[in-house]
Design a protein around this ligand. Sequence first.
Ligand code: F6R
Length: 606
Amino acid sequence: MCGIVGYIGHKNATSILLDGLKRLEYRGYDSAGVALLENGDFRVFKEKGKIVEVEKLLSKKKIHSSIGIAHTRWATHGEPSKINAHPHLSFDKRIALVHNGIIENYRILKKNLQSKGFQSISDTDSEVLANLISYYYQNDLEEAVRRALKDINGTYGILVMAKDNPNMIIGARHGSPIVVGIGEKEMFVASDVSAIVTYTKSVIYLDDNEIVAVTQNEYRTTSLSAYTVEKDIQEIDWDIDDITKGGFDHYMLKEIHEQVDTVQNAFRGRLNWDEATAKLGGIPEEVFLTTERVIITACGTSYYSALVGEYLLEELAEIPTEVEYASEFRYRSPIIKKGTVVFVISQSGETADTLAALREAKRKGSKVYGITNVVGSTIARETDGGVYTHAGPEIGVASTKAFTSQITILLLIALSFARRRRMSHQRGLEILRNLVNLPHSIKQILENSNKLKQLAKKHAKSSNMLFLGRHINYPVALEGALKLKEISYIHAEGYPAAEMKHGPIALIDENMPVIVIATDSNILEKVISNIQEVKARKGRVIAIATEGNHSIQELCEDVFYVPKVLDIVSPILNVIPLQLFAYYVAVERGCEVDQPRNLAKSVTVE
Ligand code: F6R
């Protein structure tokens, strides 16, 4: 949510900042801006809209600067506009700031600062922080930032420059990530590594309430109370190819195709064939042996994967499991007793609601384990352990490969519980065999993408769609509907197929496409009955069915076949045609697939 990047070194800062912004654009794209220090003056370029607008402004100027900060915005306070875009200058133009987060007490601070002559010209909370820093600034920028941060309530990841100090950028974090990239006679500071991975792979991650003072040759990290904090340098284990489109039209399509590998990466090195179970070093043995109840909490797509996890844990391991939206969990006084273990799921590892839920669970005395994708992310660091999905960077705002990787990990976790409790060796082996066949099956689905493209063409003009599924594929129906509405803006609802008759059936007529997950399972006959109910009301049924089920064609307008797998593994395959369908519908409607309106990757505000 909002992307920030800063550079100090010996090269042209403009191109490095623009490049960084483009890589961060997935975090927000309603306005953008760059502030550079040139000959003792700030040069600020901002524009409403995409980064390309700022690039156009800069292309007309020749600026010689090797220090600057930049921002791509996802609006919280103040509508998207040039004036509300970052960087913000203090009223006296001594300080430039970019901010990711929310300053809750900005109104009162604004009023106080106004009485001291610091006016605000934008509607943002961030400009107030620039003014506050300037108010405290005498000749020590780090100290001024420290004093200002003590006055504010809220969350921030900030970068700050002072007009009279061309040799320093200050960064600070509380709730919104900041990473420092260490180069040769140059330093980078950003909200995430994708902005800087082209230039360096050596990074340090700030923790909450830490400040970094960065110069061309060094960095110094301190706490908010000015104690020195030693940080470990970490090496990023992926590179630029992982964050380019690699010949695909969109990141989303690339990431859908990557699932052949990412699902494999999720289980690679984690299968124990001798014991017919999984090896998950990040979760202590004791957890598998003693847990009596599991709570899983997450948001959005990760929440839907958690729902699949609930079925897996209850069905395979007979562990009572509850799934909660993280945004609800944190305010609901959840009951966590001895024997309860909490899992949090987050692709980015930075989602504010999930992080807050994690902290709430820990406050209540629970151990919390994470399923995260981004190594070194806040959630990964604050949990007591967990499992990385290793899906590589997910740039498309609509999450795809993260979902299938998360379910793969949940399956490994459920298997680990189940094999220690009740599951036979033979059943364990059967699950492992199904898992290792998945990449091949995913490939087969992707090879049939054209069929989904045609279906998308046929239905792209619809205004509503229903997605139905049952049992472990009910969350897949929810995810299919979410994908479609996010990127094509078609209203879509996911429903348990049998629940439809309790209300949504009223919506069905000859204009309503109804996508039904009807793959082989012991409740397939029930799903078929639900299809009949739709058909009887002239609904247009598109079924996702298992190869070899020819009879289903008689009932449905269209059928997309997926390879046969165990029912408990099927969500990993069944979601892929839904991802592709949503993608092609969005393309057909001319929507901006990778940057859907109003959305941003990684929601780091409440
Ligand atoms: C949907 C989507 C969001 C995220 C949600 C949680 O396509 O991307 O719903 O799934 O914001 O994000 P993470 O998993 O990063 O915590």
